[in-house]
Design a binder for this molecule. Structure first.
Ligand SMILES: Nc1ncnc2c1ncn2[C@@H]1O[C@H](COP(=O)(O)OP(=O)(O)OP(=O)(O)O)[C@@H](O)[C@H]1O
Length: 562
């Protein structure tokens, strides 16, 4: 171990020689200086543990030197020596930063004892500083915010994470909030005050701290008192954890009650929402498959509105509603004179959707000729207007939807295999309502509120009996059917809650329809009787009958064909 080093500062050579001899004999390495300048010069070259300084140094004083050393050499232990104890008191010397004070004449033992006490003090200070630096390094490496206050509530230590979470600035070792910042909820401060007053440990789980510039910041806080060996409270440590991200992810995972215009919080819908998010920004073609009324159009719309094409057009085409010729001119446009009745040029939907999205609904219904034309657009992003041979190029994302089993259509030779694979780059299969009954009540409330507002009626809920009936119905028309039933019920409802008496007869007295449940596509060979039965029960309203059966109007008409 290195020998302790002492610097003796005195303008009296005899004193320097005597003190040197005593301290050297006591195991110290000794340096001497005859003036303030000599002392500063020596200290700038050598590391000294202690300085023994005479208070009279010719024209200067030992007190001046002491003042300079206290700031430039914080660990140096200064012992002041004086011949006039009545004037320069010990307390004054210590107040100025001296570690000890000796009056002449000084006995050898007295000098050695003072030097050893100073050495011990220095070792303790160094040790304390090491602990503080270690603690600071640990604090700095934590992602949790840590702040330590003394018993008066003044900050002794804080780390960057704390300043980051809290938004405080550090100023002369004190924390202060930025001038222009309005106050937060003040929970940290109150918790510190409470812990200081009562010595209690506290833990506050996930709360919004109302930091003005981060309204959604959610933190968990804990405080622990620091105690002296006799148990008195000496300060508080407060630890702050930023849980905003976890909170956000959890809320996405757990309570995503809807997405875009889609409503539902069942696991199947959660999966659907996250897949929509994944696909929204991609240019890839998406095929949405699901029974009638399951929300295919809403999904297509959500893919568009949450993606990077949202500011460009979303163009919907119902492929089953138009004859081949009309569909062709609708999709690709035509030039004047292209066919009888084409009195002017017409811009097609593909062109109108340029930069945006085209939604081809009921794609399973298009003719082989249209399948061929569509295939070319998907492959080459190029098409010609009807009656024109100039190719046009567009940047359009294609989303197609069908309630048919397209692969089965391919097997039966009704749908081109190459087109199927072009469309089916990514498939989103929508669950039928009967497979996500957890969402039923939520959907009922959603539609009740919507129609109550639309018809200015004070309806806001549903009776248990009506809800029970809803749960036992298999909803062949899915959400669309539910929506119409609720609309019907809100119109009839005379109280605040929908009850059995407000529901359509079909639901109250269900007759078994000899129709396949729509989880399999409605076959063309379905018994016509069941369709006629549906039409009869809908008082001849075919649109309603189609909804009741969970099929499109076009499909219903097809069944009615001789
Ligand atoms: N998850 C849902 N949340 C809220 N409304 C829904 C949901 N799914 C469907 N709907 C409603 O049901 C009706 C039918 O939805 P949509 O047209 O998107 O279904 P679809 O699957 O495209 O039907 P089709 O195959 O008959 O064209 C719409 O009025 C829509 O608002």
């Amino acid at each position: 171990m290195n020998m302790p080093t002492v610097l003796i500062v005195d303008d009296d050579r005899d004193v320097l020689a005597t003190f040197s001899y005593i301290l050297h004999s006591g195991g110290f390495t000794v340096h001497t200086a005859g003036s303030t300048e000599d002392a500063l010069h020596c200290l700038s070259h050598r590391q000294c543990d202690i300085a023994i300084v005479d208070i009279h140094l010719g024209s200067a004083t030992g007190v001046d030197l002491l003042r300079r050393l206290v700031t430039s050499e914080p660990f140096l232990q200064v012992i002041l020596i004086t011949g006039h104890p009545q004037v320069e008191t010990a307390s004054e010397a210590v107040r100025l930063g001296a570690c000890d004070y000796l009056s002449k004449p000084i006995l050898p033992n007295e000098l050695l004892n003072a030097a050893h006490r100073a050495l011990t003090r220095r070792r303790l200070m160094e040790q304390g500083e090491r602990h503080r630096a270690d603690l600071q390094a640990i604090f700095a490496s934590l992602s949790d915010g840590v702040i330590m206050v003394d018993r008066t509530g003044s900050v002794c230590l804080s780390n960057d994470s704390y300043r980051h979470i809290c938004g405080f600035l550090e100023d002369d070792g004190k924390l202060r909030k930025p001038e222009d910042r309005p106050p937060c909820a003040g929970v940290c401060l109150r918790s510190i005050q409470l812990s200081l007053a009562n010595g209690v440990q506290q833990r506050l789980e996930r709360f919004r701290c109302l930091r003005p510039d981060r309204q959604n910041q959610v933190v968990t806080l804990s405080t622990s008192p620091i105690r002296t060996p006799d148990g008195a409270i000496n300060g508080i440590v407060l630890v702050l954890r930023d849980e905003s991200r976890i909170e956000e992810l959890e809320s996405q995972l757990h309570i995503r009650r809807g997405f875009g215009r889609l409503v539902g919080s069942s696991p199947a819908m959660q999966l659907l929402y996250s897949r929509i998010e994944t696909l929204a920004d991609l240019p890839s073609t998406v095929l949405i498959q699901g029974e009638s009324g399951t929300g295919k159009e809403l999904v297509a719309e959500a893919l568009h509105t949450t993606g990077n094409r949202h500011s460009r057009p979303f163009v919907r085409v119902n492929c089953s509603a138009l004859s081949d010729t009309l569909l062709e001119s609708e999709l690709f446009g035509h030039v004047r004179g292209a066919f009888t009745g084409a009195v002017a040029n017409r811009v097609g939907r593909f062109q109108r959707a340029d930069g945006g999205t085209i939604f081809l609904d009921e794609i399973g219904d298009i003719s082989p000729a249209m399948q061929m034309r569509l295939l070319r657009v998907l492959q080459e992003r190029e098409f010609e207007r009807v009656g024109d041979s100039t190719p046009l190029t567009v940047d359009v994302r294609v989303i197609a939807a069908t309630n048919q089993d397209l692969l089965e259509q391919v097997r039966q030779g009704r749908f081109r295999e190459d087109l199927y694979y072009r469309l089916n780059v990514v498939k989103l299969a929508l669950p039928p309502l009967r497979d996500r009954m957890d969402d039923l009540e939520h959907l009922v409330i959603h539609f009740t509120e919507r129609y109550a507002a639309a018809f200015s009626k004070p309806v806001s809920g549903i009776s248990d009996a009506a809800l029970h009936l809803f749960r036992s119905w298999h909803w062949p028309g899915n959400v669309r059917e539910l929506q119409h039933v609720v609309e019907h019920a809100v119109i009839l409802c005379r109280s605040e809650r929908i009850d059995l008496c407000d529901l359509p007869q079909d639901l109250l007295h269900p007759q078994p329809l000899h129709f396949r449940p729509p989880s399999t596509p409605p076959p063309l060979s379905a018994p016509p009787l069941s369709i006629h039965e549906a039409i009869r029960r809908c008082n001849g309203n075919k649109a309603k009958a189609a909804r009741l059966l969970g099929i499109s109007r076009r499909t219903l008409y097809r069944h009615l064909e001789p």
